[in-house]
Write a protein that binds this ligand. Sequence first.
Ligand SMILES: NC(=O)C1=CN([C@@H]2O[C@H](COP(=O)(O)OP(=O)(O)OC[C@H]3O[C@@H](n4cnc5c(N)ncnc54)[C@H](OP(=O)(O)O)[C@@H]3O)[C@@H](O)[C@H]2O)C=CC1
Ligand SMILES: CC(=O)N[C@@H](CCC(=O)OP(=O)(O)O)C(=O)O
Length: 311
Amino acid sequence: MVQSIFIDGAAGTTGLEIAERLAGRREFALIALDAARRKDAAARREALNDADFVILCLPDDAAREAVAMIDNDRTRVIDASTAHRVAPGWTYGFPEVVGHDAVAAAARVSNPGCYSTGFIALVAPLVRAGLLPADWPYICHAVSGYSGGGKALIERFEGDRDIAWRGYALALGHKHVPEMQMHCGLSVAPLFSPAVIPAHRGMVVEVPLPLGAMPRAAAPDALRAALADFYGASPIVAMGDMPADGEMLLRASDARDDRIELFVFSNADADQARLVARLDNLGKGASGACVQNLNIMAGLPETAGLRIQAQ
Ligand SMILES: NC(=O)C1=CN([C@@H]2O[C@H](COP(=O)(O)OP(=O)(O)OC[C@H]3O[C@@H](n4cnc5c(N)ncnc54)[C@H](OP(=O)(O)O)[C@@H]3O)[C@@H](O)[C@H]2O)C=CC1
Ligand SMILES: CC(=O)N[C@@H](CCC(=O)OP(=O)(O)O)C(=O)O
């Protein structure tokens, strides 16, 4: 049975990338609004209620407004925005962490933030297994390609080739912190320092761990083994190969890939470690994750339409 999909915000960065991944899929039929009607409330309301699945690629307020316009109990929603990531009644769309069955059964799925995807992929399984403490004040550093900031940031970076690094969220309290804390089960909010680099896409998220100074922290080998075991044969979340030459690169020209790779680096004394995740902010960080969740909700193979590079 062909299921209908409406992408609200289809002309934006995340929406366009979702449409690319759905192009040619016979299981789905896209409901499209022409340019003149894409922000028209009546047209959106009709499309939102006609669709079997709605994918919201909108700013937070517009996403809340779209959900309020749905007045039937058949349409299922995937929200790419931050609006519902810690909201009651919403399933957090990280199937490897919350369980595929929970996503498959959900009517309302909130797609994780891009940075949160890296942090949660690394920290949640280890805290859950008792290998890292839940009450530690974790620190997280990350860099993102500028497409992470949508059309406005793309325009800014492509109009000013002189920006080599942009630190932001300097007053702390980035909008991803609540979901990072909640979905890792932490009693203390992590301290998060994001930055943007002059590459269109790509992301590295890092959690440095002073293991020797932490209570109840396992050794690096145990952390590595636990992550490998937790994600098992996942086609999307996997341990990366340890770099042989002592450096790890993110290249602006890297092939697009909807997978996420995890690393545990450590020192010879095994009392310091760096948990690192490398992903595409528009892949597992946004549009790839939306399509993965859509596949699971629709009862289809989770990687259908995704970009999975040969290993
Ligand atoms: N980019 C990324 O890597 C990630 C983005 N996200 C989230 O996805 C959502 C979309 O982000 P992104 O695609 O980057 O943003 P963009 O700014 O690129 O796109 C947003 C789109 O929404 C449209 N829009 C705004 N208000 C309305 C409205 N009331 N009705 C209909 N359309 C509207 C905009 O219209 P117009 O074209 O006229 O401006 C634009 O096309 C955001 O919540 C973002 O935080 C999540 C994870 C990662
Ligand atoms: C580089 C950049 O600006 N990134 C965005 C986050 C992108 C993302 O994950 O989007 P959500 O808004 O859906 O959480 C930011 O920090 O606000």
